[in-house]
Design a protein around this ligand. Structure first.
Ligand SMILES: Nc1nc2c(ncn2[C@@H]2O[C@H](COP(=O)(O)OP(=O)(O)O)[C@@H](O)[C@H]2O)c(=O)[nH]1
Ligand SMILES: [Mg+2]
Length: 209
């Protein structure tokens, strides 16, 4: 499951997509493939949805608490998305990197950009596209309980997120979940094997004599 025989640096795997493209499902599948991959639990000021648990999907915090975390330098990146604040806590990321453990981020393009700038060599960025706008609309229409205005708003936000596709290293069209999962696993496997990430190589090769 792990790639390579020698010690290596951890990866920061950034997964972005418009909402409704299957990002959460793929994130869960990647972590099922390799349970050592840690999920970066973001802080957010949005209200929990039914089924969401504080500390699992998100750390649900007040605006004041969020601002205090930012002021204290505790956020690796942060951004406003759809009127709510979201941010990735820094400490768990630094811990993971130093332990050679990979971390998965479900964040938007603004967060992806900030982390890519700050920690370029450790980042692998992947953007997920829906197979069609009709497929996305079907997902965002949900159970038919939302007004046309609400759905139109979701579609506008999705198009805005999609407009950033070219800022990512990898782009996957999520037409078939199993295929997309296999591609994602291939990307992570190959990225782990990059020479400069295999920090144990020099010692290993020396040992070869
Ligand atoms: N920049 C940034 N974006 C985040 C963070 N956490 C979540 N997001 C993004 O915020 C958006 C809204 O997420 P969410 O409230 O879970 O609603 P969703 O659209 O149903 O996934 C998604 O695009 C997430 O990827 C974070 O820590 N930083
Ligand atoms: Mg989400």
């Amino acid at each position: 499951m792990d790639a390579g025989a020698t010690a290596r640096r951890g990866l920061l795997i950034i997964l972005s997509s418009p909402s409704g493209a299957g990002k959460s499902t793929l994130a869960a599948r990647l972590r099922a493939w390799d349970p050592t991959i840690r999920f970066s639990v973001s802080a957010t000021t949005r209200a929990p949805r039914p089924g969401e648990q504080d500390g699992r999907e998100y750390h649900f915090v007040t605006r004041d608490r969020f601002a205090a975390m930012v002021a204290a330098g505790e956020m690796l990146e942060h951004a406003e998305v759809f009127g709510n604040l979201y941010g990735s806590p820094r400490a768990p990321v630094e811990r993971a990197l130093s332990e050679g453990v990979d971390m998965l981020f479900d964040i938007d393009w603004q967060g992806g950009q900030q982390i890519a700038q700050a920690m370029r060599d450790d980042v692998v960025s992947v953007f997920l596209l829906p197979p069609s706008i009709a497929a996305l609309e079907a997902r965002l229409t949900g159970r038919g309980q939302d007004s046309a205005t609400v759905i139109a708003g979701r579609m506008a936000r999705a198009r805005d997120e999609i407009s950033h596709w070219a800022e990512y290293q990898y782009v996957l069209v999520n037409d078939d979940l199993a295929a997309t999962e296999a591609w994602l696993v291939a990307i992570v496997t190959a990225e782990r094997l990059r020479r400069y990430r295999q920090t144990g190589l020099t010692a290993f090769v020396k040992g070869l004599g």
